[in-house]
Design a protein. Structure first.
Length: 448
């Protein structure tokens, strides 16, 4: 144990102990020239006296210095006097284990999934960077993840302790409490992969993915995936993949998140995610699914108005023509507009339909018979003819309304029309009659 004030390589002064583990102690140290704070990891004395362990420890530190990622605790220097040590950036914040132990952060499932989003996905990206450089952590667990905060107040997790487990696994230790044999498994049983339990030297990046799957299970459920009365029971469960499914612990867990856990914890390495980036994408997609709001149904669109088309004539061609005369702007008090139609018949000449000039209101009831017998005046010669094979026109103009006109025209090949008018109950009524001349040329009057 180094006392406060101890100088390391004449450049760093020990301030206090930050924490200790099974194989190393971490100190807070201050750079004597820059006055910056750093974390210094020193192996226990019984280990550091082993020349092989010491050399491998420093070599792994130099490799870790190549890992430049915002979610990896960077190694910035190595020390040799009076002890071999690694200088790392100092991160203020609890470990993930302490972070999860806070009852205020246990919350509901939505709160736990937010922790997965803010902590696990960045860690997956960071470990993936290490794997791309050939570095396998081998001891991923919540105690080796520090949860810091960035300048904006957002969580910024960082992975630490890369490579130390590999150094200790590959080196036979023969002294004191750390007596081991080369190839002995080192790590934390409930996060170790089955292959790491069987053959510690024969592991690859997929062993780290298994450990990250165990961490994901713990983040979601609040309990360990693999547990037991002792290490033997725990490792037996790990090897056969015996654990309570996450969806059984948390029934409301979305299927996508549960599927990610099952795949990451597969006993067969070939059945797991083969890379951290694949696991990161799958977890992110499952989290997006779990937080997607129920889509709001669109506003109902009224159905289109149904317009019945004119029935087609057999053997011919047709199209509808619909014309409506608008209501005049000053029409309510200005008189009555009559509609008269002139039709040709029997000669095959085109029908002519025109609107007559405004007429005075019909006389009183005693003169009704005279009005009825008076024929409608002929149309002005300047009226533009509308040629059509068939015209149907009808207009009813009440005597107590002014300037209202409505006419409808429908065309059909092979027909002509003519019109008549009469006065009924003080109302001037104009009729249009249809004449069909489809085959024989004969005319029929259609009367009301």
């Amino acid at each position: 144990m180094l006392a406060p004030g101890t100088l390391l390589d004449g450049r760093y002064e020990v301030v206090r102990v930050l924490g200790s583990g099974s194989f190393a102690t971490v100190y807070l140290a201050k750079h004597c020239g820059l006055l910056s704070l750093h974390a210094v990891k020193v192996l226990d004395v019984e280990l550091i006296v082993q020349p092989d362990v010491r050399n491998r420890f420093l070599a792994e530190g130099r490799i870790q210095a190549q890992l430049q990622h915002p979610n990896i605790v960077a190694v910035t220097d190595t020390l040799t006097d009076p002890v071999a040590a690694l200088v790392m950036e100092y991160v203020e914040g609890p470990t993930l284990a302490a972070f999860l132990a806070d009852p205020a952060r246990r919350g509901n499932l939505a709160a736990r999934l937010e922790i997965v989003r803010d902590v696990l996905i960045p860690i997956l990206e960071a470990v993936g960077i290490a794997h791309s450089k050939g570095i396998v952590h081998r001891d991923l667990k919540p105690e080796n993840i520090i949860v810091g905060v960035d300048a904006a107040g957002r969580l910024r997790p960082r992975v630490t302790d890369f490579g130390i487990a590999k150094v200790l696994e590959q080196t036979g230790l023969t002294t004191g409490k750390h007596k081991t044999q080369a190839g002995m498994r080192l790590g934390t049983a409930c996060y170790m992969s089955p292959e790491q339990v069987r053959a510690p030297l024969d592991v690859d990046a997929r062993s780290d993915i298994f450990a990250l799957g165990a961490i994901l299970y713990e983040l979601v459920t609040g309990r360990l995936a693999f547990d037991g009365a002792d290490e033997f029971d725990i490792m037996s469960n790990v090897v056969v993949g015996r654990y309570t499914p996450a969806e059984a612990v948390v029934p409301e867990l979305r299927a996508g998140v549960a599927a990610c856990i099952r795949r990451a914890l597969a006993p067969d390495p070939a059945a797991r995610f083969q890379a951290c980036v694949a696991m990161s994408q799958a977890v992110a997609s499952a989290l997006s699914e779990s937080r997607s709001p129920t889509p709001t149904p669109p506003h109902p669109v009224p159905p289109p108005l149904h317009v019945r088309p004119a029935p087609p004539k057999p053997g011919g061609w047709s199209w509808p023509l619909v014309a409506a005369l608008g209501v005049g702007a000053a029409g309510l008090l200005c008189g009555v507009v009559g509609v008269a139609s002139t039709f040709s018949s029997g000669t095959g000449a085109p029908a002519v339909v025109s609107a007559p000039p405004p007429r005075a209101a019909p006389p009183a009831a005693p003169a009704a018979s005279a009005a009825a017998s008076t024929p409608a005046p002929p149309p002005p010669p300047s009226a533009a003819p509308v040629t059509s094979p068939r015209v149907v026109a009808r207009s009813m103009v009440p005597s107590n309304l002014g300037n209202f006109a409505l006419s409808c025209a429908q065309t059909q090949h092979g027909s002509a029309a003519r019109a008549s008018s009469t006065l009924r109950e003080g109302k001037l009524v104009h009729y249009a009659s249809n004449v069909y001349d489809d085959v024989s040329g004969d005319e029929e009057d259609a009367t009301d």
